[in-house]
Design a protein around this ligand. Structure first.
Ligand code: HEM
Length: 359
């Protein structure tokens, strides 16, 4: 069967595709950074409780207070890229979501359960004692499974040839397990989350170190160490992932393939620099090299999707029926929303500062 016959007809666009592509990349960057902070700090707290179930340290206590917020931010910043993805690739994404419908819908239940446990971790931190390992373990497992389903959907989306399996198994239980890039891709994302989680810890304590808190230095280096070790391992997963991509995706004869190669090479150089900075405890150096690395990886991820789909579709094929006012309205609310979130975060920092002064 020709898989191209399974691809639904796409809707028309109100503005040229470049707008949606740009917004998709920006909002996905925000979503993934927040996801990394959420999942990475959650895993680090879990490892701490696992190593010493009865002990409590100030870092874990701090993570317990922030984890529910991190989950809320991640989910909210996931909605925007989901909308833009649907505009550009809806006809692929709806299909892959239907093929794995039971797993995809379970994301909601997993999220609610993980979120609930994160609140218990926060509100009952002291009384939980040795049970903290189970509570954090539950939340982290739920988030890891969600991430796995995300990777399945976003890889199945770009492989219409795998959709024909539906006719043998039409029960909404298909995953993309036969794709050799699935596991390296998933591990690459999850290990990046641990690294950026470590970096967020280092940055958080760097703020207090600069305010004169000498005890904070230990946690700055601690966060940097998590970043460095996770990133070192992730270079291995990255090469595994890169090697698992088919030749027609990383084709150096195409412009797309050359861009992928340039971005990957630049990201590797930046990644190595960030590791060096991290082991030296130079947290700002890590920040300035790690964030562009994540951004480049998001660009590569998009170019890889475009290359996979090239035989079937290109975003430039989408027809435009011009209607600019919804876009302007969206941009207005988007910017206002970002300003509002920035203002809320500023207030939260000020409250934190006041608490520090009082204690
Ligand atoms: C809270 C738990 C979540 C985790 C751990 C998580 C994790 C991830 C990961 C790992 C990816 C990259 C997958 C890949 O490409 O292989 C991803 C992408 C994405 N996530 Fe999430 N996510 C979460 C929640 C959400 C929610 C609630 C939404 C939507 C409401 C969302 C929307 C998206 C979208 C749209 C993309 C991909 C966009 C694209 O392919 O361009 N995420 N997420």
């Amino acid at each position: 069967m020709d898989p191209a016959t399974l691809i639904p007809t796409p809707d028309t666009l109100p503005v040229p595709w470049g707008w949606f592509q740009l917004l998709l990349i920006i909002t996905l960057f925000l979503h993934l950074i927040l996801m990394n902070v959420m999942l990475g700090t959650g895993i680090i707290a879990f490892v701490n409780h696992f190593r010493a179930p009865e002990d409590s340290n100030p870092l874990c206590h701090e993570i317990s207070r922030k984890l529910p917020f991190a989950i809320a931010f991640t989910v909210n910043f996931g909605i925007a890229p989901l909308l833009f993805l649907q505009v550009l690739y809806g006809h692929f994404m709806y299909t892959s979501s239907v093929l794995m419908a039971n797993f995809w819908i379970s994301v909601i239940a997993l999220l609610i359960a993980g979120y609930y446990m994160a609140y218990i971790y926060n509100y009952k931190y002291d009384s939980l004692g040795g049970s903290r390992v189970f509570v954090t373990g539950f939340t982290v497992t739920a988030l890891l499974i969600i991430g796995f389903f995300m990777s399945n959907n976003f890889t199945m989306l770009q492989r219409p040839d795998s959709w024909v399996r539906y006719f043998d198994s039409p029960n909404g239980l298909l995953l993309n397990l036969g794709d050799p890039s699935l596991f390296p891709r998933y591990l690459h994302f999850m290990t990046a989350a641990i690294a950026i989680g470590g970096l967020s810890i280092a940055l958080y304590y760097e703020y207090f170190r600069r305010k004169g808190d000498k005890a904070a230095l230990r946690w700055v280096q601690y966060g940097c160490n998590w970043f460095g070790t996770a990133t070192l391992i992730n270079i291995g997963f990255g090469f595994w992932f890169f090697g698992s991509l088919p030749d027609y995706v990383v084709n150096l004869k195409s412009f797309n393939g050359i861009l992928i190669a340039i971005f990957v090479l630049t990201a590797v150089v930046l990644g190595v620099l960030s590791i060096i900075y991290s082991y030296r405890g130079r947290v700002m150096g890590v920040l300035y090299t790690a964030l562009p690395t994540v951004f480049l990886m998001i660009l590569v991820r998009d170019l890889v999707r475009a290359a996979y789909l090239k035989p079937f579709f290109s975003v430039s094929d989408l027809t435009v029926s011009p209607q600019y006012s919804p876009l302007f309205l969206f941009l207005l609310f988007f910017i206002a929303g970002l300003v509002l979130v920035g203002w809320m975060l500023k207030l939260a920092w000020q409250a934190l500062d006041n608490k520090e002064v009082q204690s």
